[in-house]
Design a protein around this ligand. Structure first.
Ligand code: UTP
Length: 288
């Protein structure tokens, strides 16, 4: 079955970024001059998923407005003859067929996925976390979609991390080796000594709709939240699940230090900002 739908959970509280995230979802924070979530929607579209459902919480308007037309702004830019900025203002509204649903209480990532059930229906779908960026030069979701279409079941994205970092992520037990492995178990944020591998689950999933049945009976887990990892652990026993080991560039914009590194890195690669930014950094760093 062809995968058409993407779900982007963006209803978390973003507490690590307060007060910036008091009135703005963390997914709207700019990475250089583009909100993080726009990169994520662009990635879904590149993988052929043009029906995008955003799961929003507080401050839903900022998200909706970003992907909507901005008629007054467009008129001003048009009158000024600023075709370049007009194009960047219009682009998000022309990206995909966007839908919105509210999570209500942020009861966890599993719960955020469950509120997408009605929109998704009985077909496999992708989940992309809005604060996890995958570099456009290192395709991942396209690959995951292909594997799901070939193998059925679900496909999750994995990344090798150091032993100390395992406890920050969901962690996978796997069979096989190489870039595509079979998942045999999952555990959310394990202690280093309990981690079944050094493979961390990162924010891209292609899921079978069976996950909704499982989520409906998944009790709150770690942190009192309905954990997607707990539901996937049960799903592993019901249907095939594969993991794609991603070795490309990934940016975690939900963490302040990683966010700052991402902004500097991506800005330094840009033709307009890179040369002056790098020149300034080279001059400034030795003084620190
Ligand atoms: P995180 O755990 O990183 O998000 O969730 P958070 O809770 O917003 O962040 P902190 O830890 O308080 O700073 C991963 C993704 O799942 C979404 C978040 O928006 C983020 O994209 N999420 C999380 C929901 O949509 N709903 C939830 O109830 C929880």
């Amino acid at each position: 079955m062809t995968i058409r739908k993407a779900v982007i959970p963006a209803a978390g509280l973003g507490t690590r970024f307060l007060p910036a995230t008091k009135a703005v979802p963390k997914e709207m924070l700019p990475v250089v001059d583009v909100p993080a979530i726009q990169y994520v929607v662009e990635e879904a579209v590149r993988a052929g998923l043009t029906d995008v459902l955003m799961v929003s919480g507080r401050a839903k308007r900022a998200l909706e407005d970003h992907f909507d037309r901005a008629v007054e702004l467009e008129q001003v830019l048009e009158a000024k003859g600023d075709a370049e900025r007009l194009a960047v203002v219009r682009a998000p509204s022309e990206l995909a067929d966007l839908h919105y649903v509210r999570q209500g209480d942020p009861k966890g990532l599993g719960h955020a996925v469950l509120v997408a059930a009605e929109h998704v229906g009985n077909e496999p779908f992708a989940v992309l976390l809005g604060d996890d960026l995958i570099d456009a030069r290192d395709p991942l979701l396209e690959e995951m979609v292909k594997i799901q279409e070939r193998e059925g079941g679900s496909v999750i994205a994995l990344m090798e991390v150091s032993p100390e970092q395992v406890s920050l992520y969901g962690c996978a037990a796997v069979a096989g080796s190489g870039d595509v492995v079979q998942i045999t178990g999952l555990v959310e944020k394990p202690a280093v000594e309990d981690a079944p591998s050094n493979l961390a689950v990162i924010g891209r999933y292609v899921l079978s709709p069976t996950v909704f049945e499982v989520l409906r009976r998944t009790p709150p887990g770690r942190g009192g939240e309905i954990q997607l990892t707990d539901a996937l652990q049960e799903l592993v026993g019901l249907e095939p699940m594969h993991g794609v080991v991603f070795r490309g560039r990934r940016y975690d914009t939900g963490d302040r230090l990683e966010y700052l590194k991402t902004v500097v890195r991506l800005a330094s690669e840009r033709d307009d900002l890179g040369p002056p930014l790098l020149a300034w950094l080279r001059d400034w760093l030795p003084q620190q």
